[in-house]
Ligand binder design. Structure first.
Ligand code: MLT
Length: 264
């Protein structure tokens, strides 16, 4: 589906009924990243996935950093008349989820931080973002997909599930150039979310693939230690997109977490 928020197109899917759960994808993905989750959780949930601005069917708009992504998510909840939701973010979507917490915490029922980290880019990573901006401007998103695909999935997926690697590569190579350029600024300039972790006081689930090389398990453990009462689940045989690589295991831990919320 596509709606206009503030005159800007936002692509989203909205499947099922029950506890509202909004999914935010990573870089340079689109909302189809969450196809294995939408409508497929054992917990009764209204599962919604949106394209972040500049990706999929969402128009680029102004470059607004991770805060802009968070504000779009809040605007979509307004549009759908949802007061509070579980916010699930993977990688860049996790950075946006932490920004959502800072800016819209009254709207958060619980947080799920997948294959992500709280720390900002170090100088070397910032330089790599600028190089990637030059690459995408010169050679398009296919070149970015070629560069990123091997780190995007774990060793097990690379060896055993080449179809998934192809599917992800296709998704990444279709990312609109402007969205990629703006997202690289959002990634490069994102704030340090480490101080944010200490004031998270809603139930939080942290999920990471044990073969994730982009945001490795040690980053997930640091967040787990810093967020009081958080739960950490490590998915065996999955890399950076654990929700696609081991969908049954991912859906199981997410469903269990959602059921624990409705039982409270
Ligand atoms: C992502 O998957 O969103 C990116 O790998 C995040 C990053 O590069 O920091």
């Amino acid at each position: 589906m596509i709606t206009l928020l503030d005159g800007r197109a936002i692509g989203y899917d909205d499947v099922g009924s029950g506890l509202p759960v909004l999914f935010l994808h990573g870089f340079p993905h689109n909302r189809s990243l969450w196809s294995p989750q939408l409508g497929a959780l054992a917990a009764p949930a209204r599962t919604m996935a949106m394209d972040l601005r500049g990706f999929g069917e969402s128009a680029p708009g102004e470059a607004g950093g991770v805060e802009g992504y968070a504000d779009d998510a809040a605007a979509l909840l307004d549009y759908l008349s949802i007061e509070r939701a579980v916010i699930v973010g993977l990688s860049m979507g996790g950075y946006a989820t932490l920004a959502f917490w800072r800016r819209h915490r009254a709207r958060v029922r619980a947080l799920v931080l997948c294959d992500t980290r709280a720390t900002p880019d170090a100088a070397a990573a910032q330089a790599t973002r600028l190089e990637m901006q030059a690459l995408v401007r010169e050679r398009g998103s296919m070149a970015v997909a070629n560069q990123m695909i091997s780190g995007m999935v774990g060793r097990t997926t690379r060896e055993k599930n080449p179809e998934l690697v192809d599917e992800l590569h296709r998704m990444m190579s279709l990312a609109p150039v402007q969205g990629v350029v703006d997202a690289l600024d959002a990634l490069r300039l994102r704030p340090d979310s480490t101080p944010t972790l200490g004031d998270i006081d809603v139930p939080t689930l942290i999920v990471v693939g044990d073969e994730d090389v982009l945001t490795p398990p040690k980053d997930a453990r640091s967040m787990h230690l810093a967020i009081a009462g958080s739960r950490l689940e490590v998915i065996a045989g999955a890399g950076h997109v654990s929700n696609m690589e081991r969908p049954a295991a991912f859906n199981h831990v997410l469903s269990e977490f959602l059921v624990s919320l409705t039982a409270q």
